[in-house]
Design a protein around this ligand. Structure first.
Ligand code: PBG
Length: 335
């Protein structure tokens, strides 16, 4: 009978009973440390050139490649659900070695951004993907040297020009997903030089080479011809270099930093969030979406609870902003 906290002084006297606060839904809500809000969710959207009707993506059931009109409608619906942002990816009809369509004034991404900007105005945050993998026939995120390696600095010039086109088209934010060294600085200088000081940069700061990008590559019809991105995306065995990338991106002018994938990198996300001086985003990627949907389709997990649990975990690990293909559905649960 010593009365120390947390010790049992017989069956009816436990000083500490954590279960007291788990007893009713209201008690659980009262003490919940982590709550996410629809305004923190960003919906990635795909638009494809030359189609009249949205086209399903087999490995991402429920997600489509949009036509321009269906994209506008989806953007409106996301705004109505209270989603905080839209991230646009485009699939051009013609791909080539240098990704020419990424820089064509009337390229599909530029057109889609102009139309979406006209549709939603400032009601949400319009973001664009600045990367070449959707536009190149070899599927890499940059242009290649004659011996087939991704040419970092030649690629930077293209990202800079792309970002200016996107800013001209009306985006609030450009998303730099290519993992080239110096990409944030190059794009910041180009935007400022073109009078777009107010356009912000979401830097994919710690983006890992991941097998879970597979369904996305179906969505943007990206074929790496058996290759991989290991020479520019991060190695899953490392976390220290995430802090190096963070320091560089912040110094180069990143307004928001991102960790990707989300679920396999919760530790990295936590570390980056502890050090970042800017808001932190995490991208719940296509493979995370596909595996959960597949298990749910088999009846092996409770779909909605599983989705909510992943979003909560990503937020708990430190993400202020979450890119997720479930953004509209999850936002509706909260509005
Ligand atoms: C590259 C890019 C990728 C994703 C977003 N931007 C693919 C890659 O790096 O291979 C993946 C997103 C997802 O899997 O949902 N532009």
């Amino acid at each position: 009978m010593n009365g120390r906290p947390g010790t049992a002084d017989g069956a009816h006297h436990l000083v500490e009973r954590p279960r007291r606060l788990r007893r009713t839904p209201a008690l659980r809500d009262l003490v919940a440390e982590t709550r996410w809000h629809p305004g923190q969710l960003v919906l990635p959207l795909f638009v494809k050139e030359g189609i009249d009707e949205p086209a399903p993506i087999a490995s991402m059931p429920g997600v489509v490649q949009h036509s321009l009109p269906s994209l506008r409608k989806a953007a409106r619906e996301a705004v109505a659900a209270g989603v905080g942002g839209l991230m646009l990816f485009a699939v051009p009809e013609h791909k080539d070695a240098t990704g020419y369509q990424a820089l064509a004034p009337d390229g599909i991404l530029q057109r889609a951004l102009r139309e979406t900007a006209a549709e939603v105005g400032d009601a949400t945050v319009l973001m664009s993907d600045v990367c070449l993998d959707e536009f190149t026939d070899h599927g890499h995120c940059g242009v290649l040297t004659p011996d087939g390696r991704v040419d970092n600095d030649a690629t930077l010039e293209r990202y800079a020009a792309m970002a200016v086109l996107h800013a001209d088209a009306g985006v609030h934010c450009v998303g730099l997903s290519g993992m080239m060294d110096g990409q944030v600085g190059a794009v910041r200088r180009a935007l400022d030089g073109a009078g777009h000081q107010e356009v912000s940069i979401v830097a994919y700061t710690a983006k890992y080479a991941s097998a879970f990008y597979g369904p996305f590559r179906d969505a943007v019809e990206c074929d790496l011809h058996g290759g991989n991105r290991n020479a520019y995306q991060m190695d899953a065995r490392n976390s220290t270099e995430a802090l190096r990338e963070l320091a560089l991106d912040e110094a180069e002018g990143a307004d928001i930093v991102m960790v990707k994938p989300a679920l396999t990198c919760l530790d990295v996300l936590h570390t980056v969030a502890a050090h970042a001086r800017v808001p932190v985003a995490a991208y719940q990627i296509s493979g995370e979406y596909a595996m959960l949907e597949a298990a749910a389709a088999h009846g092996w997990i409770d779909r909605e609870r599983a989705i909510a649990e992943t979003l909560t975990s990503i937020h708990r690990a430190g993400a202020d902003i979450i890119l997720t293909y479930w953004a509209v559905e999850a936002a509706r649960w909260r509005t």
